[in-house]
Design a protein around this ligand. Structure first.
Ligand code: OAA
Ligand code: MG
Length: 235
């Protein structure tokens, strides 16, 4: 069996620079909406880029776009060096990143909290996406730090859950997430945009946003849905 291709797929990848800076890319994604991005990915045959629909923003108004900094963990009762390990991970978080937690479907612990928010925000982190929980929720909200997660709980992860590794490919629901992918969340949930197509997806999403203005105008002008479709509109 030739494992080279699979190994290359799962190993750490060089972050390829895109035609515009990651900062501009993410700012422009934030001006569109996840449904438009989703339609573009569907056009490209990518039907499974959305994180499970129970991962939602703490507040409806939250919009988050940044570069994936992935973390993988699972339920684990051991404590040895856990804090030191977590500190090391936090110190590797870079400017413009979104911390993405693949928790092996945890249902018990908070993988995110106030102090982690403060420490990562100082490093330029834009937000967190957790297939698990958050605690210190009031404080996280006061810090205006977007968090998308499944639940809130007072359970800290120490002694219940721990990281296995970080900045590796992870999987949440049906979605593969590689470090460097673009993570975009709004009131409709979180979508993962593969890095190598992110710029083209942005341009097409911006086009869709403009085009939908024309479609909405047709509806406002009194055209029937059939007439809208005949004129190239869609819903
Ligand atoms: O240790 C935790 O579970 C997270 C936490 O409370 C914090 O970051 O403040
Ligand atoms: Mg805390």
């Amino acid at each position: 069996m030739n494992l080279d291709q699979l190994k290359a797929n799962r190993s750490k990848r060089e972050l390829k620079p895109l035609p515009i800076s990651d900062k501009e890319l993410c700012e422009r994604f934030s001006q569109v909406f996840t449904a438009a991005v989703n339609d573009v990915l569907r056009e490209n045959g990518l039907l499974h880029q959305v994180l499970p629909s129970n991962i939602m923003p703490l507040k409806d108004e939250m919009v988050l776009c940044g570069v994936a900094f992935t973390v993988k963990g699972s339920k684990n009762l051991t404590l040895e060096s856990e804090m030191e390990q977590r500190a090391k991970m936090l110190e590797e978080i870079g400017d413009g990143s979104v911390v993405v937690w693949d928790t092996s479907e945890d249902d018990e612990s908070a993988q995110w909290g106030e102090v982690m928010t403060m420490a990562s925000k100082l490093r330029g982190c834009k937000g967190a996406v957790v297939d698990g929980g958050v605690r210190d929720t009031n404080k996280v909200l006061e810090l205006e730090f977007p968090v998308f997660c499944k639940y809130r709980t007072s359970n800290g992860m120490l002694g219940r859950f721990r990281m296995i590794d970080w900045q590796i490919p992870v999987m949440i629901g049906q979605v593969f997430i590689y470090p460097g992918d673009i993570i975009f969340g709004d009131i409709d949930g979180v979508i993962v945009i593969p890095r190598d197509i992110a710029y083209d997806v942005l341009l097409r999403s911006e086009y869709i946003k403009e085009n939908e203005k024309e479609i909405k105008q047709m509806v406002l002008d009194g055209l029937t849905p059939t007439e809208v479709v005949k004129k190239g509109g869609y819903f």
